[in-house]
Design a protein around this ligand. Sequence first.
Ligand SMILES: [Zn+2]
Length: 186
Amino acid sequence: MDTFAHGAISMLAASRSGLPGLKHDGCRSGWKDWTLWAALAFGTLPDLTSFGVYFVQRIVSGNFTPGKPDLTEIPQYVFTAYDVSHSLVVAAAAGILIGIFVRCCLLPYLAWPLHILCDIPTHSADFFATPVFWPVSQWHFDGWAFSAYPLLIVGYWGAVVLLFAWRMLYPKVRERARRPREDAHE
Ligand SMILES: [Zn+2]
């Protein structure tokens, strides 16, 4: 899955102003909600700390060319960073520490394992399959690379737009449904 979609899904699924906010009345802090930005950070860091660093390196060194780089050109540190940041084992260990020491970050933290779960089916064995159980096991699922299937990109971005519309419209629909009942009580 592309990093922009990861960011959007993280903000929707792992922040108080996103979908979890629908459970609570009055949780409409919008852009001022710090969990929105923390979810964005947790949800994009797995890619930014691996591909992101390499992307900046290629621009700075003047070697940037658009498109997918050749696997043989990619430095080892990118593979290592990708293993660490895309492992559910590492994410679970970090989640335990966050749960103990900074409990308030647990909701936005969930964007990290969510990122990994979204990457499992959208990466193939040909290019950075998701190392779910690293370092315990090298097992990976040979999925469908999103870069090779444009319909997959349309599908997950369609899901993002639908979830965003639900987040924005549901409180208004609920409010409208509640109003006649309250008027009847007066
Ligand atoms: Zn990723």
